[in-house]
Design a protein around this ligand. Structure first.
Ligand SMILES: [Fe+2]
Ligand SMILES: [Fe+2]
Length: 145
């Protein structure tokens, strides 16, 4: 197993999600039903991703440095909640064909992605045992293809 297995797997999924956000943006100006279909797919993927992180990955983490480790988790969950809320706002704006704040959403997503890719996943890859990673990957595979 590669030492960076979790990072690699989740970076790949982040790339997929960023591309899907771009697809939503590109679909603006199409018939509303088509745009909403593209948005549904994006929302589904992002929510699955955050579900996997919260239920299968972050919960398996028992940090060596307890205070720093446990401080990281509420921060991540808070960012997820903000993303969930902004998804709802985006859905409403799309439905009512109002201006959609793509730039704001993309920036939020990018900041979160960078934090996970630079600080969270490398730490998990370093601190978790091969057995723990195997268990996590099995769960990830059940949700993310
Ligand atoms: Fe996340
Ligand atoms: Fe993520």
């Amino acid at each position: 197993m590669k030492a960076t297995v979790l990072t690699d797997l989740m970076v790949r999924d982040h790339g997929k999600i960023m591309k899907m956000l771009h697809d939503v943006e590109k679909s603006i100006g199409m018939e509303l039903v088509s745009t909403m279909k593209v948005f549904d797919t994006f929302e589904w993927e992002l929510e699955k991703h955050m579900f996997v992180e919260e239920k299968a990955i972050f919960t398996s983490y028992n940090p060596k440095n307890v205070s720093a480790g446990y401080r990281m988790m509420p921060h991540l969950i808070q960012q997820h909640n903000e993303l969930f809320n902004k998804l709802q706002v985006m859905r409403k704006d799309l439905t009512w064909q109002r201006h959609v704040k793509f730039e704001e959403f993309r920036q939020l997503l990018l900041d979160h992605k960078t934090f996970e890719e630079e600080s969270v996943y490398p730490k998990l890859d370093q601190e978790l045992s091969v057995k723990q990673k195997e268990e996590i990957i099995k769960k990830i595979r059940e949700i993310l293809p």
